[in-house]
Design a binder for this molecule. Sequence first.
Ligand code: IPE
Ligand code: IPE
Ligand code: MG
Length: 248
Amino acid sequence: MAQEKNNISALAPDALKRPVPEHIGIIMDGNGRWAKKRGMPRKYGHKRGAKVFEEIAEYCCDIGVRYLTVYAFSTENWSRPEDEVSSLMKLFKEYLTATTSRQKEIRIKFIGDISVLDEELQRLIVEMEAKTASKNGLTVFLAINYGGRDEILHAARQLAKEAAEGKLDPQKIDSTMFESKLYTAGAPDPDFILRPSGEKRLSNFMLWQASYSEFVYMDTLWPDFTPELLEQAISEFNRRSRRYGNVE
Ligand code: IPE
Ligand code: IPE
Ligand code: MG
């Protein structure tokens, strides 16, 4: 482990002269296939995937990324077999109670509807957010019970309520006001969204925020993901030309 850490810091800081994206989104996919290839239960892949997440978050913090949004559990993932869902919930609790790797300047915030999670998990989430609130390096948005459509509906409901109460003129609703009601309020949109595991779809991730994000797809399964692969993704992103509807 110490060896791995050294490799990361050797790869990291200013030695690499390249622009660093401000906000990276990652759809952490492929845990199940990774485990299956090894004849292991899917939860084994999730456990390994959680470790990789911690490593990548630390690496992002080291190189100066400001925001990292990771998709850990979607609003659709409840349809998986009960034992897989419960092993994922257990894993989230383990992550929230572990004391390792909390030294870095990483602020953790949760996005998604956490109100339906069990009480203990909700309490741990609130505690973790409070404990890391003053960290000022990287902000990690951990998406649990998150869905892009759900987030948009949540924002729409809040605005509709304010309008119904006479506190808001519907004509005044614009993008800035709408964004202020999203779970990611205050954060810039992701510069690029990375999906490992070979799938090429958004699966309900950051539907509003992704309007001008670059997409980077990689075949590697998430539990095999490394800081070196993240560097490759950043290089690919840096080669893209972003026009926002304009001409060069
Ligand atoms: C991503 O890995 C983790 C979650 C969706 C919780 P998967 O569990 O989707 O792994 P694959 O895609 O089946 O390999
Ligand atoms: C997306 O992966 C959700 C997460 C990574 C948490 P899925 O594996 O659930 O997506 P689909 O089913 O392949 O679209
Ligand atoms: Mg998957």
